[in-house]
Design a protein around this ligand. Structure first.
Ligand SMILES: [Zn+2]
Length: 368
């Protein structure tokens, strides 16, 4: 597969929900006597995509600022970070479409950023995550496994998996990468291997075609572990698993694990819900029926928030230094994450941190 095709697969695999957002621009109502062109002229199409890009990008910046200002385990942080992950995927999709239409990458003009979340985007985010939906009747945490994880409701209606890392000693780090495998995965995998950092890659079934399975095998050959993230992320339109029935969720995750099995000759033991959103019943059934241990994170690098690897690297080491240990979340689909992770693994080694095996998660969950 050539580079161009790889790019195509990678972007669409994360964001297969093109038609969901960014519908074709509305043509003005024309009087019957006027000839209306069958299709929007390309310039209008591109300008509309760029305007949408600016609107979503402004929201992404706003959620990023709010997330950095919030405590990592607060409900606000979970809300803003989930919104940011979703918006980054929307932006990658729009950016791909703009490039396909205009033949050039689009970087928004700073003056066009409002730096705010428009009412339209706020409503879309609330709809995707069911923020402010019908209360689950639970305002306190729902225990899943004492000392390991629980479910907390955000905005009274959206269940988030909240991970603890009390089973890690000071200086111990678990590295995780989500949403691949993609064209950058091989490089991430190789640099983690070079740094002696066995990592856990949470994969999407939609990425496990021929080339994706080859990438997964290469990861395993580098000594890394695979985890189940979902087929999509988690529905085709980017909604979390709470938008699906329990049966649909189990079927989807079971199928992804079969794909992993067919590539690696063994099933995974790890599950991470996209955005961390999953109901208590689902997380319990996913373990009892599929044998998948839930895995959250305790250090969300917010690597969707910037394209600049230096900023991401500095943010990440400061988060790790502050906490002193933890389960680190990054994405092996972003160029900034690929570059920052390479530097991070060196920094960890030089600063007395130890990257430990992700198997520690299974041991902690099972109380071993
Ligand atoms: Zn994800």
């Amino acid at each position: 597969m050539n580079k161009r095709t790889c790019f195509l697969v990678s972007v669409f695999s994360i964001v297969p929900f093109i038609s969901g957002f960014a519908q074709a621009p509305q043509l003005p109502q024309a009087p019957a006597s006027v000839q209306v062109p069958a299709a929007q002229p390309p310039a209008g199409e591109i300008n509309s995509l760029k305007a949408q890009y600016d609107e979503y990008y402004s929201a992404l910046q706003a959620y990023s600022d709010k997330a950095f200002a919030a405590r990592q385990d607060s409900p606000e942080f979970l809300e803003y970070s989930a919104a940011g992950k979703y918006l980054r995927a929307v932006l990658e999709n729009l950016s791909f479409r703009i490039a396909a239409e205009s033949g050039a990458a689009y970087r928004p003009e700073p003056s066009r950023y409002g730096g705010a979340v428009s009412a339209k985007v706020a409503a879309e985010v609330a709809g995707v995550f069911n923020f402010g939906g019908v209360s689950a009747g639970a305002t306190r945490g729902i225990p899943i496994k004492a000392g390991y994880c629980q479910i907390n409701y955000v905005k009274a209606s959206t269940p988030f998996l909240v991970q603890y890392d009390g089973f890690l000693n000071k200086g111990e780090i678990i590295l995780t990468f989500d949403d691949g495998p993609g064209p950058l995965t091989g490089e991430v995998s190789a640099s983690m291997k070079d740094g002696g950092a066995q990592s856990l890659f949470f994969v999407l079934g939609v990425n496990l075609g021929e080339s994706g399975k080859a990438r997964l095998k290469a990861e395993a050959a580098d000594g890394h572990l695979a985890g189940v993230h979902g087929y999509n992320h988690a529905t085709p339109s980017g909604k979390p698993f709470t938008a699906l029935s329990l049966d649909e969720t189990l079927r989807q995750l079971g199928n992804v694990n079969s794909s992993i099995d067919s590539a690696l000759g063994r099933k995974s033991s790890f599950f991470r819900p996209p955005y961390g959103v999953i109901s208590p019943d689902a997380v319990k059934a996913i373990y009892s029926e599929l044998g998948l241990v839930p895995v959250g994170w305790t250090i969300d690098t917010l690597d969707w928030s910037t394209k600049d690897p230096d900023t991401l690297y500095r943010n990440t080491i400061s988060m790790i230094a502050r906490r002193g240990k933890g389960i680190v979340l990054m994405h092996d689909i972003h160029p900034q994450s690929r570059t920052a992770a390479k530097r991070l693994v060196k920094w960890l080694a030089e600063n007395g941190y130890k990257v430990v095996s992700p198997e520690r998660l299974v041991q902690a969950y099972k109380g071993e």
